[in-house]
Design a protein around this ligand. Structure first.
Ligand SMILES: [Fe+2]
Length: 200
């Protein structure tokens, strides 16, 4: 899409992803690295004029989805994927891991993140919460567990060490059956990189 914001957005996203690659290269996959990646994405999200909400439309009633992803960046080898997640409200996930590092940063609305530890009997226990909204974010290592809960329309940025469609071994905890299961819930992904725009 060639809008005034789109070209500036593409350049700013490229700069951010260059910095994020360098952070991982310098610090490895560590708490300090993912915290620095979160802070870099908070800085990107602070450039609010780059992300007009009408260029990231939310699912409408009857679309059969309440959340969709816009792919903003992804390397040729599928590493370093950045998405804008647009939700029309009422989105919730069970506790899950990512098998790669993961960062969520706010832009519009609120996304409640609950964090968990595994228990000795094979379940999970909640350890803390963070409300992701503009100016804040959360950062996770590959084995960290969280769940997300959205009640109102929102736009958040999700960044992963590897593209979502490559994360085949993610697991979630099913409390009803007290069992861990494969987590293959991926929203529709819309291409939002310059010159590659298409719909699923
Ligand atoms: Fe997640």
């Amino acid at each position: 899409m060639s809008t005034p914001a789109a070209a500036r957005r593409a350049a700013a996203v490229e700069d951010a992803m260059d910095d994020i690659r360098a952070i991982e290269n310098d610090l490895g996959i560590t708490r300090s690295a993912v915290s620095a990646i979160r802070d870099r994405l908070i800085a990107l999200a602070a450039e609010r004029g780059l992300f007009p909400l009408d260029e990231f439309s939310a699912p409408a009633a009857g679309d059969g989805e309440r959340s969709r992803l816009y792919r903003l960046a992804q390397d040729a080898d599928d590493r370093f994927a950045l998405y804008a997640q647009r939700s029309s409200g009422q989105v919730s996930t069970p506790a899950h891991n990512h098998t790669t590092w993961a960062v969520v940063v706010g832009f519009e609305g609120q996304e409640l993140n609950r964090f968990y530890d595994r228990t000795t009997d094979g379940g999970v226990v909640e350890t803390h919460q963070h409300i992701v909204e503009a100016g804040t974010g959360v950062a996770m290592l590959p084995d960290d567990l969280h769940s997300i809960h959205i009640d109102t329309p929102s736009l958040n940025f999700h960044c992963y060490g590897l593209a979502l469609e490559r994360l085949d071994d993610r697991v979630f905890f099913d409390p009803r059956n007290h069992a861990w299961k494969t987590f293959n819930s991926v929203s529709n992904i819309y291409e939002a990189r310059p010159d590659r725009r298409r719909t699923p």
